[in-house]
Design a protein around this ligand. Structure first.
Ligand SMILES: [Zn+2]
Length: 332
């Protein structure tokens, strides 16, 4: 097993959140398609180190593999004499944060796994289960660009496109299906999508789609959306067409979200958000031009940092503890 340990300040850079603030000590896990990040956060809410270990191999046994890692890493990360009070476990795929039930993981291969029950059988600590985008969104709302807002959408623009939706201060979960904006059709009978549909937002505007569409249209293979952006800046017409159509698709998809829930802010993260003004400028302009009846929300760049999912896990663990305390109080 190859592992790396990083100091959080190395990993998150100067401006990102480095902790969750004072409270109960907790263990936090963020399970991705290839890597599990894990940390112990002391009463100051700061992870001393962040351990990265490979995710289990794809297949139905991966759920047990995740739990084995949680048990093993919990033992190793807890300093001598320390007593973490809860565990936060963030998972990829379709996950119901409220029941702890994971319906499906495309990357790790499990189906219909009751993580809440399995964790309870393996650990004496209260466990909060989270979904990767919603956990990162929770960190964004409490520690990053969403601070002070109650209704907001956090959109991750990466290989795919997914969102965390917060309405009146609460995440919208919908059994794990809320926020799948990447598979909303924005071009009828458009580009084929991995989901089997056509014209999905992520088939046109994700970082992967921008690179793929440019490679196909120009006949020049590029490794990523960053190369397409550079080509556009240097006056490449095909790159401009691809980039503009991605911005149009994003504006259209987001305009519907705005009409439905009127977020105070739309927070954009993921690799594509690194395009900065080349993304935010034209997107804001087009979104405004589409919204004549309702106010256009502010656009903001995600700022909780690359460990947002892990910090979100820790925040969920603290909440689970608060909930358990309340329940104990109510029942005497
Ligand atoms: Zn799709």
């Amino acid at each position: 097993m190859t592992e790396t340990t990083v100091r959080p300040s190395d990993a998150t850079g100067g401006h990102a959140a480095t902790g969750i603030g004072p409270g109960a000590p907790v263990l936090a896990f963020d399970v991705g398609g290839t890597t599990i990040k894990a940390a112990y956060l002391d009463a100051d809410g700061v992870p001393a180190t962040i351990l990265r270990t490979p995710s289990p191999a794809f297949g139905p046994a991966s759920a047990q593999g995740v739990l084995d890692s949680v048990v093993e890493l919990s033992r190793r990360l807890t300093p001598p004499g320390a007593a973490p009070e809860a565990i936060g476990l963030t998972l990829p795929g379709i996950v119901d944060d409220e029941t702890g039930f994971a319906t499906y993981s495309e990357n790790l291969g499990w189906r219909d796994v009751d993580f809440a029950a399995l964790c309870a059988s393996r650990s004496a600590l209260p466990v909060a289960i989270g979904h990767d985008v919603r956990s990162a969104g929770t960190a964004e709302m409490e520690l990053g660009a969403g601070r002070g807002h109650r209704t907001a959408v956090v959109v991750v623009l990466g290989t795919g496109i997914s969102a965390a939706v917060f309405v009146e201060g609460r995440p919208v979960v919908a059994r794990g299906y809320a926020g799948e904006i990447g598979h909303a059709v924005v071009v009828p009978r458009g580009e084929a999508c991995v989901c089997g549909n056509q014209g999905c937002l992520e088939a046109i505007a994700s970082a992967a789609a921008i690179a793929r569409r440019y490679s196909r249209m120009s006949g020049r293979e590029v490794a990523g959306a960053r190369e397409v952006l550079h080509a556009m800046i240097q006056g490449d017409r095909v790159a401009s067409v691809v980039w503009d159509s991605a911005i149009d698709a994003l504006a259209l998809g987001l305009s519907h979200v705005v009409s439905l829930i009127q977020p105070e802010v739309i927070i954009l993260g993921g690799g594509l958000a690194e395009a900065g003004e080349h993304l935010f400028g034209p997107l804001e302009e087009r979104l405004r031009s589409m919204l004549t009846y309702v106010p256009a929300p502010a656009l903001a760049r995600a700022s909780a940092g690359e460990n947002a999912g892990l910090l979100g896990s820790a925040l969920l663990a603290r909440r689970a503890l608060a909930r358990a305390g309340t329940e104990r109080g109510v029942t005497g």
